[in-house]
Design a protein around this ligand. Structure first.
Ligand SMILES: [Zn+2]
Length: 268
């Protein structure tokens, strides 16, 4: 599950044969347009004064830097939003671009200390920003969220959320509360959103989800009781669908789809 061979080291080696540079403007990244797609440049196309080292993909060392959000790309260059870029570049590079966007966003939004308001200083050795006045450190934000497909015999429970951008049905998802276990979050979210009880919560896999800084942790669970009663704030509709009569489901970009596909494959 996105278990690509990316090495998330925080410090670059001195000798680097190959590099890739991710110039970030908000949730968009700069690319070189080519006849059959686009690629990330092997050197900074714009001034990169304080780049962030992201890690290495094979022997290719990846860096991120922030550029002006209003920038108009030069001829032959393009600025693409991360979501729109999916499918246009190899998946492992899309994941690195997602990391680039998150690291640059964290760096930009933690320039001042959250406790005393003094300007912070970047510490690359452990990827933090530290306050010289009160010594508070801020690290990149990561919000764990559980996402679950509930199975009942040959049916799976899917829902259409009130905030979904498209008319598909998906797995149920929600953020983990401080102090809560992942399994506890699965049981609570399903109970809150659709009023159903589940058991046999089984870990499936995970996916970093850079919109804006989630870590999606996927589970399958078994229906243990209760009829569907939706929370109308969150859920527009929810149903148990026969595995061979699914509604429109999310594209294969997301773990929601991988969870659904894995559940359907167990049919019979
Ligand atoms: Zn401080």
């Amino acid at each position: 599950m996105s278990g690509s061979g990316f090495d998330h080291a925080v410090r670059p080696p001195e000798l680097r044969e190959r590099e890739l540079w991710f110039a970030v403007a908000g949730s968009r990244v700069l690319l070189i347009e080519e006849e059959h797609g686009a690629r990330f440049p092997g050197e900074p196309l714009l001034p990169a004064e304080t780049p962030h080292y992201l890690g290495a993909l094979g022997g290719t060392h990846c860096f991120a830097y922030e550029i002006d959000r209003e920038l108009e790309p030069a001829a032959g260059h393009a600025i693409a939003d991360l979501r729109a870029l999916w499918g246009r570049v190899p998946e492992e590079l899309w994941a690195v671009a997602g990391k680039a966007v998150q690291i640059v966003d964290w760096d930009r939004t933690h320039r001042f200390c959250g406790r005393c308001g003094e300007p912070t200083v970047r510490v690359d050795a452990d990827r933090s920003r530290k306050c010289p006045a009160c010594e508070l450190s801020a690290y990149p934000r990561l919000a764990p969220a559980v996402i679950t497909v509930v199975e009942r015999g040959d049916e799976i429970l899917l829902a259409h959320g009130t905030r979904f951008p498209a008319p598909f049905y998906s797995a149920l998802a929600g953020f983990v509360e401080p102090g809560e276990s992942l399994e506890g979050a699965v049981v609570r979210e399903i109970r809150e959103e659709v009023g159903v009880e589940v058991d046999e919560v089984r870990y499936f896999g995970s996916q970093p989800w850079p919109f804006p800084h989630s870590l999606m942790i996927g589970f399958h669970a078994r229906w243990a009781g209760g009829e569907i009663r939706i929370d109308p704030e969150e859920i527009a509709d929810a149903k148990f669908f026969p595995k061979d009569e699914l509604p429109l489901i999310p594209p294969p970009i997301s773990i929601a789809r991988w969870l659904i596909d894995a559940a359907v494959a167990r049919r019979g």
